[in-house]
Design a protein around this ligand. Structure first.
Ligand code: RET
Length: 304
C-alpha cells in the first residue's frame, strides 16, 4: 500500500510542479512517496467578459470607420489627408478586434516560473493576442503621421519617429512571447527606450515646428499631443501589470486595452477631424491629381 498515491491527493493543489529529486528517486524497491504535491500547469485565458468586450470594441471601431469615411466624402480631396489616415487607423483596429473576438489572433505563451531554489517550477500558459501587435505596427505609425503632419514635422523627424515606433511594437511582441521572465523585461526595456525616442521627437521637435503655424493649430497640437502622451504612456503600464507581471487576468487586460484603444483611435480621430479637418492646408500635386500631363509633354518634345 505504501507505494500507491491517491490521485485526488496528488493533484489537490496547483502550487508547483514537482521535479524529481535525485536522492528520493534512488530508493530501491519501494517507490518514493512524494513529499510535495505535483503542480498542474496554469492556463490564463480569455473569459466571457473579455470576449464580450472584444465584440463591443469591434462594433465601435467599425461604426467609427464608417463615420470617418462619410466625413472624408464631405471635404474636397485636397483636404482629405487626415480623414484618410484616421479612417485607416480604425479600419485596421476593426480587423484586429474581429480576429481577437472570434478567438483567432492569439497564441499561448509558455512561461516557466522558478518558484523556489529547490526543484520547483511552475508552468504558466498565458494567452497573448498577437493581433494587437499587428494592429499597433500599422496604426501607431499612422497616429504618429496625424500628429506629425499637424505639427509640420520634417521628413527626417517623421522617419526617425516611425522607425522607433516599429521597434517599440516589435520588441513589445518579443517581450510578450519570451519564455524566461528576465528576457521579457530585457525586451520591455528596449521597447521603453524606443518609446522615449518617439516622445522626444514629437514633444521637442513637434512643439518647435508647430510654433510657426497658426495659434489655433499650435493649441490643438498641445492639447491633442498631451492627450496622446498620457494615453500612450498607459499602454506600457497596462502591459507591465498584465502580460509582464501577470497580476491581472487576461479579461482585465482586454478591458484596459479596450478603453485605451477607444480613446486613442475613435475619440482621437473625431477630435482631430472636427477641430482641424476643415482648416487643414490643401494638398495639390499627386495627392489630389495623380500623375499630371508632364510626361506627355516630354513625349511630344521627343517626337518633334
Ligand atoms: C508595449 C510594451 C513594451 C513597452 C512599451 C509598449 C508601448 C506600447 C504603446 C502602444 C500604443 C498603442 C496605441 C494603440 C492605439 O490604438 C509594446 C505595450 C513602451 C505606446 C496608441
Amino acid at each position: 500500500m505504501a507505494n500507491i498515491v491517491d490521485p485526488v491527493w496528488a493533484f489537490k493543489t496547483t502550487s508547483s510542479l514537482l521535479v524529481p529529486h535525485p536522492t528520493t528517486s534512488s530508493v530501491s524497491s519501494v517507490a518514493p512517496i512524494p513529499t510535495v504535491t505535483p503542480n498542474l500547469p496554469i492556463y490564463e485565458k480569455v473569459g466571457d467578459a473579455g470576449v464580450k468586450t472584444l465584440w463591443v470594441v469591434f462594433v465601435l471601431m467599425l461604426l467609427s470607420t464608417l463615420a470617418f469615411i462619410v466625413l472624408a466624402w464631405r471635404v474636397p480631396v485636397q483636404k482629405r489627408l487626415f480623414h484618410v489616415i484616421t479612417a485607416l487607423i480604425t479600419t485596421f483596429a476593426t480587423l484586429s478586434y474581429y480576429a481577437m473576438a472570434t478567438g483567432d489572433g492569439s497564441s499561448f505563451n509558455h512561461i516557466v516560473v522558478k518558484e523556489t531554489k529547490q526543484h520547483l517550477v511552475q508552468h504558466v500558459y498565458r494567452q497573448v493576442f498577437w493581433a494587437r501587435y499587428v494592429d499597433w505596427s500599422l496604426t501607431t505609425p499612422l497616429l504618429l503621421l496625424d500628429l506629425a503632419f499637424l505639427a509640420g514635422l520634417s521628413g527626417a523627424d517623421i522617419f526617425v519617429a516611425i522607425v522607433a515606433d516599429v521597434i517599440m511594437v516589435l520588441t513589445g511582441l518579443f517581450a510578450a512571447f519570451a519564455t524566461k521572465e528576465s528576457v521579457t523585461w530585457g525586451w520591455y526595456a528596449m521597447a521603453c527606450i524606443a518609446y522615449l525616442a518617439i516622445v522626444y521627437v514629437l514633444a521637442m521637435n513637434g512643439r518647435r515646428t508647430v510654433a510657426a503655424k497658426s495659434s489655433s493649430t499650435a493649441k490643438l497640437f498641445a492639447s491633442i499631443g498631451g492627450f496622446t502622451l498620457v494615453l500612450w504612456t498607459l499602454y506600457p503600464i497596462v502591459w507591465g501589470i498584465s502580460d509582464g507581471a501577470r497580476k491581472w487576468s487576461v479579461d482585465a487586460e482586454i478591458i484596459a486595452y479596450a478603453i485605451l484603444d477607444v480613446l486613442a483611435k475613435p475619440v482621437f480621430g473625431f477630435w482631430l477631424l472636427f477641430a482641424h479637418g476643415k482648416n487643414a492646408s490643401s494638398i495639390e500635386g499627386f495627392w489630389a491629381h495623380g500623375l499630371t500631363g508632364e510626361g506627355n509633354v516630354r513625349l511630344e518634345d521627343d517626337e518633334a
